[in-house]
Ligand binder design. Structure first.
Ligand code: TXA
Ligand code: MG
Length: 335
């Protein structure tokens, strides 16, 4: 018989002792996974290039992709950014702590390992109480991408982090299920006009309202954002967006392929209940459950996940972005 899987002894309660231990590991140049309100992050001391290098190695992430620096509060912006335009201050006041990342001109002392060698840095003040406590205890910037293997679905539970890395992460702070469930919205304020690099936890319309101006879309000259690679956020199974009737047809004629389904509100008939997940047709609740549902279906070793297409209204923009990337596949265009 195969050896039993290792027990997740590195998943630790996010109490005072757990947070103190996590801060100690960060100071020692080690990695710590921690919950944020969006997804779990894989953190390192952002001022320690060698520690940040461990993130790349562990994730299997190609070099030259910048990572977000997490800060305890907006007062620390000027330690990390050389230019903080008025628009950035306004967005910080409106949405921090919260699921918004601001891309600004970097301060000279920010390591290249963090910025990917670019002249900008991504900064975010997360609202999750465990992330807040960790940042306060560590008293510095924490560089953290999502705590998943490169190109895979982001983790929204401590167990997801363990599923991707097992014992290779020294400590995973357990903060339960991430509230928002998809990654932060990224706005680039380092250029001439504010640009939306990634839709996410804060609606673009809410940002535009605070800016009093429309957000430009990311374009070819945009800084590299692996979250913007077509093959990102992909489960192992193929993903296909479909209307309900198309799902039913596919299930009726599946020809031996193992099908899974992500259904809106109502269970899909004539499909094994273990091979489907029913998610709410409310954008925020759907986002909260999406990655866990994709991971659960992947764990059933399905060949294809049929995703019932959600509504097209603006509230669903970030969800559609992630579903479209997942549908484009884990291998096609992957780096
Ligand atoms: O919600 C989130 O943003 C989560 C949590 C952990 O904070 N983090 C996250 O990190 O999603 P990651 O690395 O998986 O995605 C961050 C995205 C990447 O696409 C990265 O390239 C982009 O942010 N990014 C970071 N710094 C940037 C910069 N200076 N310019 C352009 N894009 C940047
Ligand atoms: Mg990621």
């Amino acid at each position: 018989a195969p050896p039993p899987p290792p027990a997740p002894v590195n998943i630790v309660a996010a109490d005072e002792a757990g947070i103190a231990r996590a801060a100690e590991l960060l100071r020692a140049g080690e990695l710590v996974a921690f919950p944020t309100e969006t997804v779990y992050g894989l953190g390192a001391d952002a001022k320690n290039a060698a520690a940040v290098g461990k993130i790349y190695a562990l994730k299997g992430r190609p070099a030259g992709h910048p990572v977000i620096v997490h800060l305890a509060d907006a007062a620390r912006l000027d330690d990390w950014a050389s230019e903080v335009p008025e628009a950035a201050r306004r967005l910080a006041r409106a949405f921090w702590p919260g699921p918004l990342t601001l891309v600004l001109k970097r301060a000279p002392q920010v390591p290249d390992a963090v910025t990917g060698g670019q002249d900008t840095v991504g900064l975010r003040v997360p609202s999750h109480p465990v992330a807040q406590a960790l940042l306060a205890a560590f008293d510095g910037g924490v560089a953290a991408p999502s705590a998943n293997k490169f190109g895979r679905v982001s983790p929204t539970l401590a167990e997801h982090v363990f599923a991707d890395f097992q014992l290779a992460v020294p400590l995973i702070l357990d903060g339960g299920a991430a509230d928002v469930g998809i990654e932060s919205t990224i706005v680039d304020l380092a250029g001439e006009r504010p640009r939306l690099l990634r839709p996410g936890g804060v609606a673009a319309a809410a940002i535009e309202e605070v800016l009093g101006a429309p957000l430009a879309a990311a374009d070819e000259s945009a800084p590299r954002a692996p979250g913007a690679l077509p093959a990102h956020y992909a489960p192992k199974a193929h993903v296909r967006l479909a209307k309900r009737v198309e799902m039913l047809e596919a299930i009726a004629s599946h020809k031996g392929r193992r099908l899974g389904a992500l259904a809106l509100e109502v269970k899909v008939p004539r499909l094994n209940p273990a091979l489907q997940r029913v998610v709410p047709a409310i954008a925020a609740q759907y986002a909260h459950e999406l990655y866990a549902a994709l991971r659960a279906l992947d764990a059933q070793n399905v060949d294809l996940i049929l995703v019932e297409a959600p509504p097209g209204s603006p509230a669903w923009a970030a969800v559609h972005d992630r579903l479209a990337r997942a549908a484009r596949g884990a291998t096609e265009g992957a780096t």
